[in-house]
Design a protein around this ligand. Structure first.
Ligand code: FAD
Length: 336
């Protein structure tokens, strides 16, 4: 069974909350539903896009095609051994509900990824990450449907070719597979990752366990990041650029305080937020779009922004960072 709606407003279905709509919106509830849908004229004759919670999307205009959304929602423990479990979740499960479940069950590995918006399906596309953990660290395999044939295909974690906020589903196979479920491997006696950012400090003198880590992560995120229901946004708008060490050393002569994370002997990663902040963008607006006051990496829908306002703001930031430092920053957000 599927639910098909025409001329569907998307404002509440993506976290930028821009006033855009879709020609059709289809919610499906099973693997068979999506297989059947792929055979229909609606999907054969129109462009379509699978979305999750819409928390990493920038709709540049109305979508003149079919927006697909998964209502496949279940969580099953598929393997339970003495030291680990494999847990399978349907693509439509809200990511943070899933993390909440894992923490409650005492299954470790996802706690640092608490409170990231979005759904399970997209977690495996985006390789979400926070506080020193990426979801690839806990993905066992990803269940999909191939769009062209309607066949089921399982990708091992290795086959997903994960990188920083990147996967095969964002590159060579973009739009070619629909994720229907993800199987994660969680530990019963987990190692905690507390040395990233101010996580350890935020836990303070509380006992260190899955619950307190999750709580601390949520507290930090609530304090730092704007709530999309207050100011529409898609989290970090830009990725942190990776540049050669030699370029960094030259820049360092001019900007001695420029921070970096060493990647290897040849490359460093520069925090894009620092570049944007030092270029003077904090709090700046174009139309209704603004650079967030507390976190320069986040562009917000401050005051009834249009898609054009956000696009113009992003373009101006990219140009000014390029002019100033010779560094190209790329959006993390998916332009639609
Ligand atoms: C306030 C805020 C904070 C954030 N913080 C973080 C953070 O700390 N770390 C981080 O990594 N991200 C963060 N994000 C970004 C975002 O939450 C993630 O990218 C998330 O995984 C997007 O999930 P979604 O379900 O909303 O996907 P969408 O935004 O709807 O889609 C994202 C992409 O995945 C594709 N997709 C979605 N579902 C499927 C599916 N079932 N099959 C195939 N393709 C699919 C879409 O086509 C699109 O290309 C943040 C966003 C916000 C708004």
């Amino acid at each position: 069974m599927v639910a098909i709606e025409e001329n569907k407003p998307l404002q509440q279905l993506h976290t930028f909350h821009l006033p855009v709509s879709a020609r059709w919106y289809v919610e499906y509830y099973s693997v068979q539903d999506i297989k059947d849908l792929l055979k229909t004229d609606l999907l054969r004759q129109n462009p379509f896009l699978q979305i999750g919670g819409g928390s990493n999307l920038l709709f540049m205009s109305d979508y003149e095609g079919v927006i697909l959304h998964s209502g496949i929602k279940y969580i099953d423990v598929v393997t339970d051994s003495s030291d680990y479990v494999l847990v399978k979740a349907g693509s439509g499960v809200v990511w943070d509900d899933f993390v909440g479940y894992l923490v409650k069950m005492g299954f470790g590995g996802a706690e640092n990824l608490s409170f990231i918006p979005g759904e399970v399906g997209a977690s495996a596309v985006q390789n979400i990450g926070a506080y020193g953990v990426e979801v690839k660290d806990i993905i066992s395999h990803v269940e999909t449907i191939e769009v062209a044939t309607g066949r089921e295909k399982i990708f091992t974690c290795r086959e997903c070719r994960y990188g920083y906020r990147d996967s095969i589903f964002k590159k060579e196979l973009k739009g070619k597979y629909i994720v229907t479920a993800v199987v994660y491997k969680l530990q019963k006696n987990p190692d905690y990752h507390l040395d990233y950012g101010n996580l350890r400090e935020a836990i303070g003198d509380r006992d260190i366990n899955l619950q307190t880590i999750r709580k601390a992560v949520i507290e930090i995120r609530k304090a730092k990041l704007p709530d999309p229901d207050e100011y529409g946004n898609a989290g970090s708008f830009f990725m942190n650029p990776v540049i050669p060490y030699s370029q960094y050393n030259l820049l360092k002569e001019k900007y001695p305080e420029m921070p970096c994370y060493v990647i290897d002997d040849h490359y460093v990663k520069i925090p894009a937020a620092w570049l944007i902040d030092k270029a003077g963008w904090k709090g700046k607006t174009i139309g209704g779009a603004a650079v967030h006051e507390k976190q320069c990496l986040v562009l917000i829908n401050k005051d009834s922004a249009t898609a054009g306002d956000v696009v113009a703001l992003a373009r101006n930031i990219v140009d000014s960072v390029k002019d100033l430092y010779g560094i190209s920053i790329a959006p993390e957000v998916n332009y639609i």
